[in-house]
Design a protein around this ligand. Sequence first.
Ligand code: FAD
Ligand code: SF4
Length: 510
Amino acid sequence: MRTLRLILGDQLDIKHSWFQKNDENIIYVIAEMRQETDYVKHHIQKVVAFFLSMRIFYTTIQAQGHQAVYFQITDPDNPQDLEKIIAVCIEKHKIEKFEYQLPDEYRLDQQLKTICSNLRINSEAFDSEHFYTTRHELSQFFEGKKLLLMENFYRNMRKKHHILMNGSAPLGNQWNFDAANRKKYKGEVPVPSEKNFHSNASEIVAQINQAGIITFGNLDENNFSWPTSRKQSLEVLDYFCINLLKYFGDYEDAIHTEEKFLFHSRLSFAMNSKMLSPKEVIETVISFYHENEAKITLSQVEGFVRQILGWREYIRGIYWKEMPNYAQMNVLKNYNKLPDFFWTGKTKMNCMSHAINQSLDEAYAHHIQRLMVIGNFTLLTQIHPDEVDAWYLGVYIDAIEWVEMPNTRGMSQYADGGIIATKPYVSSGSYINKMSNNCTKCHYNVKEKFGEKACPFNALYWNFLDEKKEYFKGNQRMGMMLNLLNKMNPEELYKIKVKAHSIIEDMDSL
Ligand code: FAD
Ligand code: SF4
């Protein structure tokens, strides 16, 4: 039977069972589409990374003897819309059956269901074979439970997949080495330079411009650094094991003005596009650890495994449990607009300047920059979660809605009312000062609350607690902070609030 198989831009998995055998009656279709480039404004590096990787994947499957068609963004016959592309292929290649892998995004899942229901031929959806869990496994695991704690889910995953286990006990008799993962980086060990690829992206950039796609962010066309093939992705994984794993856990939560990547793996794009599977990443890291136990401690490895086996799978499970309502949640009723400096990087706040300029230059910021610097600022200034989501979804190389939204709207902005985080991730300047060297060279003074040079995070933090205190009054984890707020001298609080409101009204002057 002549069959059309769709491969979406984030389904570049050559290990998928689809590709295990050749069949001349099967035609694969891969398409660069305006429907995907335009639903949010993306960083130029993100568009380039997807297009380059898709094109390499197309040549790879062709080289393996599979039949495939590819629509480039500037092809005159590219309909730019998924439904039309499928219709054109069905007609042209006399297709009798349509097949697709389950997409990770709710939007595409709905679209494909609608497309299939309108087709006059049969269709079938296949598992992407990428994740450890099925879409609804987390919902089943937490059925009847009020608190959806990641730690409980993670321990179950460790047991179920027998990862870092010693019989029924966790390796090292400890599930979690979180407490050992909070070192400030002071340059005590050198950070190896990042693994870059220096690919030439000028042709694709010219096509993106010719097509009129509006992007933002910066790019060195001759030195495109992200992995865009499975081979390069495997090189990043090896580089991580050999050079970075040793200190990954220790400095997981650190921030440093001179070190953009610290000991982070930069594997998220390779995994989210499915060039690498989480299983092979975890297995490679663990076997490297066992071969090098004299040099690498378990806490580094457990810290890394927790991110992928724990957080990544948990976040995906929450997305499928809560969508589509999740996308509308705004329990704290935040309505402010994102300031312009999110697009220009022009601010005197050293921590924000570094995190935002790095995001604009690299399409990357690590977890703590996303959570405790940028996300902390947007929550304290009470920006609408739709605006925050759109920025995060556009700016980061690894941002695909299933993973971006629960992290941003949920974990970072608490817009989901605590489905993910048991308390909001907010802090005054003191946390940033504790975890980074940003404050030493800042225009603002991290110790001050009111003056012209006072760190904006300080007034914003107390103002946020005061404005949201009714919402959080029953939250035990907020008790200590709210007690401190209650004990604050009313005059001092009044001055803080005046200061915070002047900041919020004119964020672009910060
Ligand atoms: P490392 O620090 O080396 O971690 C290894 C891997 O663990 C990552 O590649 C990633 O696959 C996984 N991981 C770690 N934390 C998380 C997490 N919270 N959720 C899911 N996976 C995780 N990650 C994305 O992949 N896409 C996003 O759009 C995204 N948006 C985020 C938004 C906010 C506000 C926050 C706080 C986090 C977000 N994350 C997102 C999670 C995390 O920041 C990135 O996965 C990580 O920074 C990617 O860099 P890395 O590969 O060097 O990660
Ligand atoms: Fe950021 Fe405040 Fe520190 Fe400046 S003083 S770097 S604004 S936390």
